[in-house]
Design a protein. Structure first.
Length: 241
């Protein structure tokens, strides 16, 4: 079986070869299906660039990026959009919910592009909302009526409603207090375990990174550390869980 994510000799430069900025340099990385991977690094280390390349939002300057066996850099714009729509869920630090939409409308929004009927979209929204721990009575509320933690759970529900196999989470606890942030991390870990959802968590938080089966540290565009967490029997488990 192919890996969920595979990078082979990936580099990314912005600008010309001589004076441009090198964001990533010769990255090799394999992420098996069902793994919870934490990617750590300071601001400007290259971790967001890595996320954008995996998501097909940008193309590498050299090397190849594979998602579920597809060479993302070789796909057309339409094919990359289809890959994101069907295979990848996104969770962001700033929630990125539509403020004038109800919770239900925010969650079902991606399903419109899949031509899912309104009735089926409503059913999926209700089921997914319950899965992330929010009562369906919230469906008619708007994001501004929710707490930060509730908004992030709605954002996770929107990411999951298309039933992706890969979830990309970019600093998902950055705008939350520590207690609420931990609850969101607990939810991501539960989804990883129950759905065998591959999770790639980008974070600068050492605590958040401990939720991963594995932590990769990026510094100045290069992987400088790659650590697996394992218990006494050698099974991979999240550190401290």
């Amino acid at each position: 079986m192919t890996d969920a994510i595979a990078l082979e000799g990936v580099s990314k430069r912005y600008g010309d070869e001589a004076l441009g900025l090198s964001a990533l340099s010769d990255i090799d990385l394999s992420v098996p299906h069902g793994q919870f991977l934490s990617v750590m690094g300071a601001s400007g280390s290259g971790k967001s660039t890595l996320l954008n390349l995996i998501a097909g939002l940008d193309r590498p300057s050299s090397g190849r990026v594979f998602v579920h066996g597809q060479d993302v850099g070789q796909l057309s714009d339409d094919a990359r959009s289809d890959l994101r729509l069907h295979e990848i869920g996104f969770v962001f630090q700033s929630f990125n919910l539509f403020p004038n939409f109800t919770v239900e409308e925010n969650i079902v929004w991606p399903l419109k592009f899949l031509r899912v009927s309104w009735k089926e979209a409503q059913r999926r929204a209700a089921v997914t909302l319950e899965q992330v721990g929010i009562e369906t009575t919230a469906l008619e509320r708007r994001p501004g009526e929710l707490s930060g933690g509730e908004q992030q759970r709605v954002a996770i529900a929107r990411a999951l409603v298309t039933e992706p196999r890969l979830l990309l989470a970019d600093e998902p606890t950055g705008n939350l207090d520590s207690r609420t942030g931990q609850a969101v991390l607990d939810l991501l870990l539960e989804l990883n375990r129950e759905r065998r959802l591959t999770v790639l968590l980008v974070t600068h938080s050492t605590f958040a990174a401990t939720y991963g089966h594995r932590t990769v540290e990026i510094q100045d565009g290069r992987i400088v550390n790659d650590v697996h967490a394992s218990d006494s029997q050698g099974r991979i488990v999240p550190i401290g869980r």
